[in-house]
Design a protein. Structure first.
Length: 115
């Protein structure tokens, strides 16, 4: 099972980006999917997660600005990021879980927000 993340880039503060993460190599629908981020010198933190039933969870720092969604038929998860701030600058990693499987990670995509 492979996860391919895309959509990162450079954006000015207040701008928007949408990250995508597509799963391949399996016929099974993944359970939880989501995004972590890690800035230089900081621990990796959970940004948002979504279950196969579309229940969502967000870090307090992104509530009201970020929206996570998924297409189960494509096993693809999205992260719509609005009102971006310089402190959102990080490498964003997607992940996917399935009961009985080790967590799968995407390769990371850089998001840089300039002030």
């Amino acid at each position: 099972v492979q996860l391919q993340a895309s959509g990162g880039g450079l954006v000015q503060a207040g701008g928007s980006l949408t990250l995508s993460c597509a799963t391949s190599g399996t016929i099974f629908t993944m359970d939880d999917m989501g995004w972590y981020r890690q800035a230089p010198g900081k621990q990796r933190e959970l940004v948002a997660s979504i279950t196969s039933g579309h229940n969502t969870n967000y870090a307090d720092s992104v509530k009201g600005r970020f929206t996570i969604s998924r297409e189960n038929a494509k096993d693809t998860v999205y992260l719509q990021m609005n009102s971006l701030k310089p402190e959102d600058t990080s490498v964003y990693y997607c992940y996917a879980d399935r009961t009985g499987w080790n967590r799968r990670w995407g390769q990371g995509t850089q998001v840089t927000v300039s002030s």
